[in-house]
Design a protein around this ligand. Structure first.
Ligand code: S3P
Length: 188
């Protein structure tokens, strides 16, 4: 399911069941929590890109950003994403900054990946991040957090599907499943 290097496995461009679902959105959007729950309901594997990075480097994304800086972290993140090239039957949570990198978006487009933007107001995201207490280098300064949100939001909007993620996990998962069903029906 998760080979280390991309291969030339042909992708089914017509059938959503053959396409991995990539969750994108800002910090606190619930990509990991929602992704885990969605994958369980759909009987798919769940992959968190931040975990892939940790497995490949032996360090967390926070440790990497603190040690080498954000600019040097991004190519490591891109390599980790490239390692998921053959992943099909899975829900993948991307780190917030991953979808913002143009090269990553091009890679996802070349895979015909289905991207789902989990959207919520910045105040909701801020309060979730505060209550989670997870150390995120780019969420330590709340002014920077807001600025990043504003800069990234228009980019997230280019995802295939846009979901309101300000509510409860079960509700968000239901919405994504509804969107999957609608997309399937449109293709029939
Ligand atoms: C980042 C968000 C983090 C993690 C890294 C960089 C970002 O992921 O990838 O700290 O650029 O905003 P989450 O969105 O899962 O917090």
């Amino acid at each position: 399911m998760l080979p280390k290097e991309p291969d030339a496995t042909p992708r089914d461009t017509e059938n959503h069941r053959q396409r991995a679902i990539f969750l994108v959105g800002f910090m606190g959007a619930g990509k990991t929590t929602v992704g885990r729950s969605l994958a369980a309901e759909l009987g798919l594997a769940f992959v968190d890109l931040d975990d892939v990075i940790r497995e490949r480097t032996g360090r967390t994304t926070a440790q990497l950003i603190d040690a080498i800086g954000e600019a040097a972290f991004r190519p490591i993140e891109t390599d980790a994403l490239a390692s998921l090239a053959c992943v099909t039957e899975a829900v993948v949570a991307l780190g917030s900054g991953a979808y913002v990198q143009e090269s990553n978006r091009k890679m996802l487009a070349s895979w015909n990946a289905w991207t789902v933007f989990l959207d919520a107001p910045v105040e909701v995201l801020l309060s979730r991040c505060r209550s989670q207490g997870i150390d995120r280098p780019l969420a330590r300064d709340w002014n920077l957090f807001r600025q990043l949100y504003q800069a990234r939001h228009p980019i997230y909007r280019s995802a295939s599907t846009h979901i309101d993620a300000s509510g409860e996990v079960e509700e968000i998962v239901r919405e994504i499943k509804r969107a999957i069903e609608m997309a399937r029906q449109e293709q029939q």
